[in-house]
Structures are given as structure tokens and as C-alpha cells.
Ligand binder design. Structure first.
Ligand code: SAM
Length: 462
């Protein structure tokens, strides 16, 4: 695969554990928020010693808090279509799966799903679409879907940011997607291992791994400067995937002077009707998974890390401490899935089973319990702090102040509009605690916005 040297990566994976001296130097570099090389990251990934692993964990937590503060951004995926021309063997939407009932939401249905999500307090949507064979009809549908989501309002609430997880497009079509008003374009490489990629993607437009990798280049060239990447963990060796992703990022940084806005760490989940049997040696034990997330945080300190509801509530809570900065809540992974509020995994047509089925209220209550401010902020995107501008603020650790203030404002709005008595109480205590940690000027700024919220104003940010 382009930009990925298998031999180099295999050598790094099989190297013995580094010396304590080398380890300390890498950790010192990470503490200064400096980007680690693939070689340095590999040394951290190869650590087996429990005490050293604990140091990696603690440093990841510090780095995350230095860059973003103690806030976690919430989003929700909205699946709009499962009609797919691809045959990805591990996915329920693959075209050869005869048990999947195919559904492509109409524009009115997309608006209705958005309304349901707004009524529950959501403000950030990740649209997810399967890929039909005709790219031109795909892009027209994607653009109409984004516009439909932004057009809906429930009282004073609107969706503030629409991100999109979809198939690779041409530069021209990426420009259309950008013009529709998306925030991040997200695409998972699935696996960075060429032979595995070709084996698992049996037919359809997705068969060429280099075309998928190049999608990020084309998105950048089209002016989309917030991109989200990640492998689908579980298809191949996790260390290989992580180091290959670092190589991909190094290529992007060299070529475009810019890395990804977010990295996702999806782990493979069981599906319906798929004949795929996961290779046991590719299953990542939870402890290794935690270390891997912490190493990603240290290696690419300025990038958001996204954790979806593929992970259990317990795992997601643990990973918050290790560098995760965005999570989804009460996800449904089937088109039209938000009409039903019953057990997600009993709904026909889901793309894969979900491990965390908590409601948004429960997710928020847990975040508060662990001292994190739930955030619905989309300020950077709306103030055009994207791409290199965002990185120039985030890299030296200066985005934290804005993140914290905007998190407090958006959380206060959520409490006022959707919070039950318990959240009003616990959320109020958390807000007071976080306010006390602010400097006097910032505290005044937040108080000013809180006053506006009391007067009925919404959607203010800095
Ligand atoms: N058409 C888009 C594309 O080409 O990227 C979207 C594909 S799919 C709807 C979104 C993502 O779900 C995939 O990129 C894949 O990483 C993930 N996925 C597929 N099967 C999965 C499974 N069994 N468990 C967890 N995630 C899965």
C-alpha cells in the first residue's frame, strides 16, 4: 500500500523492549507535547513492563488535559443508507448479505431523524452512508442530506456541526461536500495491510486500498482541512495498524503540512449474516487496547481521539482517562434507527452490534461523575479555526481555554433545556468546581454567558 513500508513496520514490531533511558527520553518529549516518530511510538507500543505502562497511561492523561482540558465532546451517528455496492466481508451492509433489508432514507426521513435527535439534546451529528456504484448520485444525496440536517430546528435548538463518514470521492465531489457545510470528512482505512485489505474487500468500488488512502489527499486538495482517519481494529495485527497509521499521518504532515483532525479507534464488532470469522490472533486484549490508545495520544498529541459505542460503557469510561476526547452517545447503526427506543441489538438491519447502549442522559451522568464536562461545542468549525489554524492554536496547548469555556456554556444550556433534577444538582456542582479552577477573567466571561442563558439566549460561544 502507498506510503506504508511493511518491512520497516514489522521490524519495529518485533524489536525488543527499549532501555529505561530511551523510554524516559520519549516520555519527556511527549510531555512537551511534541509529535513522536513512528520509531519512538513503536518503542512505547512494545513496552510490557507494568510500571512503565502506568507511566504511559498517566502521561497520556496529562497530555490530553493539557491540550483539551477536562471536557469530552459528544456526537451521535445518523445512518442514512445501507444500500451498498461493496462486499466488505466483515460488515452487515455488504452487498452479498441477503438478510439485510435495504433502506435509503428520504430527505423527509432524514429531517425526522434529526428532529428526534434534537429533542434528546444532541447538537453534533455524524452522517454515515453506504456506497452505491454511481459516485455522482452518491454526492448529490450526501449534499442534500447535510442540508436537510442543518435545516431542522426544534425550539431554539439546531444541529451545529455535521460530520460525514462516507466513501472516497473525486476532488470535484469533495468540493461539493465541503460547500454543503460539513465539518469533518471521516474515512477509515479499515486495514493498512495491503494483502489483508484486498482479501476482505471482495468486490465493488472499495477494492483498491490506494484509492481509499488517497481520499484524504483529495479531501485536502478540495479544501476540506478537518479529516478523520483510523483503522478498523481487529482485521489485522493492531501494532501494525497503529504504526502504519502513524506513517500515513507522517506522509500527510510532510505533503500538506497538516495531519488528521481526529483519529478513531473502532474495534470490530459481531455482525448479522456475515460469514466473516475473525482471526483470533487479531483480537486485541483490553489492556493492550488501552495502551494503544494512550500511545496514539502521546504520538499525535494535538489530534482528537474518538471512541464510539462499539466499546462497552466500562471501557469507554476507562479510556477517557487515557486520551479520548470525543464520544458518541445512544447510537443506532441502522438507517432510521432512532424511531425505536427498544434494545438496539434487537433492531433488524443494524450494521454491527453495539456494546454501550446507555442513553445520552446516562452517558452525561457518567461523565459528570468522573469529573468531565460534557461538551456540545462546535465553535472552532464555526469560527473557521480548522485545519492549520486549529493546529497552530492546539499544538502549543492554547485551545484548552476555549474548549473549557465553550464546554461550560454548552453543558449549562443542556442542563437548562434537557437536564433532570439529579443532573441539575450534580451538573451544578461540577460547573462550580470547574469555574473555581478558571482565572478571574475567564470566570467573568463564563458568568456573562450563563446570564444570557438564563435570559433565554442559546448557542453562544467564543
Ligand atoms: N461507505 C462508507 C465508507 O466507504 O467508508 C461507510 C462505510 S461503513 C457504513 C462505516 C464504517 O463502519 C466502516 O468504515 C468500518 O470501519 C465500520 N465497520 C464495518 N463493519 C464493522 C463491524 N463489524 N464492526 C465495527 N465496525 C464496522
Amino acid at each position: 500500500m502507498k506510503h506504508i513500508n511493511d518491512e520497516k513496520i514489522n521490524k519495529l514490531i518485533n524489536a525488543p523492549q527499549c532501555s529505561r533511558e530511551e523510554f524516559d527520553l520519549i516520555i519527556e518529549k511527549a510531555k512537551k507535547l511534541q509529535r513522536l516518530t513512528t520509531e519512538e511510538s513503536a518503542k512505547l507500543l512494545n513496552i510490557k513492563d507494568k510500571n512503565l505502562t502506568d507511566i504511559i497511561f498517566r502521561t497520556a492523561e496529562d497530555v490530553k488535559n493539557t491540550i483539551y482540558g477536562k471536557r469530552v465532546v459528544l456526537f451521535v451517528p445518523l445512518y442514512i443508507s445501507n444500500i451498498c455496492a461493496n462486499d466488505c466481508i466483515y460488515c452487515s451492509f455488504c452487498k452479498t448479505n441477503k438478510t439485510t433489508i435495504r433502506k435509503k432514507l428520504s430527505i423527509d426521513e432524514i429531517k425526522e431523524q434529526t428532529r428526534i435527535l434534537l429533542e434528546r439534546g444532541h447538537k453534533r451529528i455524524l452522517l454515515v452512508a453506504a456506497e452505491e456504484a454511481n459516485e455522482d448520485s452518491n454526492i448529490n444525496y450526501y449534499v442534500d442530506a447535510v442540508k436537510a440536517v442543518y435545516s431542522v430546528s426544534v425550539g431554539t435548538n439546531r444541529i451545529k456541526r455535521v460530520n460525514f463518514n462516507c466513501a472516497p470521492l473525486s476532488i470535484e465531489n469533495f468540493k461539493k461536500l465541503k460547500a454543503s457545510g460539513i465539518g469533518t470528512f471521516q474515512i477509515f482505512q479499515e486495514t493498512y495491510h495491503d494483502a489483508t485489505y484486498r482479501k476482505l474487500h471482495r468486490s465493488g468500488p472499495k477494492t483498491d486500498p490506494d484509492n481509499r488512502l488517497d481520499a484524504i489527499d483529495r479531501a485536502f486538495k478540495a479544501g476540506i482541512d478537518d479529516v478523520g482517519i483510523g483503522p478498523l481494529y481487529g482485521l489485522y495485527n493492531y501494532k501494525f495498524e497503529t504504526l502504519a497509521m502513524f506513517e500515513h499521518i507522517a506522509y500527510l504532515e510532510k505533503e500538506f503540512g497538516l495531519g488528521p483532525h481526529t483519529i478513531s479507534v473502532p474495534r470490530l464488532e459481531p455482525t448479522y449474516g456475515s460469514e466473516f470469522i475473525q482471526d483470533k490472533e487479531n483480537i486485541i486484549p483490553d489492556e493492550e487496547f488501552k495502551k494503544m490508545v494512550a500511545v496514539i495520544r502521546l504520538s499525535v498529541p494535538y489530534t482528537g481521539i474518538i471512541m464510539s459505542t462499539r466499546e462497552s460503557a466500562h471501557m469507554r469510561n476507562e479510556l477517557l482517562n487515557l486520551g479520548v476526547s470525543q464520544i458518541s452517545a445512544e447510537s443506532r447503526v441502522s438507517p432510521g434507527g432512532y424511531e425505536r427506543s427498544d434494545d438496539h441489538n434487537a433492531i433488524p438491519n443494524v450494521q454491527f452490534m453495539l456494546s454501550d447502549q446507555r442513553t445520552i442522559e446516562e452517558v452525561i451522568a457518567d461523565l459528570v461523575k468522573f469529573g468531565y464536562i460534557p461538551s456540545f461545542c462546535a465553535a472552532c468549525y464555526r469560527k473557521e479555526r480548522t485545519g492549520k489554524v486549529f493546529m497552530s492554536i492546539a499544538k502549543p496547548g492554547n485551545i484548552k481555554e476555549k474548549c473549557t469555556i465553550n464546554a461550560l456554556i454548552t453543558f449549562k444550556e443542556y442542563i437548562e433545556d434537557f437536564g433532570n433534577e439529579e443532573l441539575k444538582k450534580q451538573g451544578g456542582i461540577l460547573i462550580e468546581k470547574k469555574m473555581a479552577e478558571l482565572n478571574e477573567y475567564d470566570r467573568e466571561v463564563v458568568n456573562h454567558f450563563f446570564e444570557n442563558i438564563r435570559k433565554g439566549n442559546r448557542d453562544e460561544f467564543i
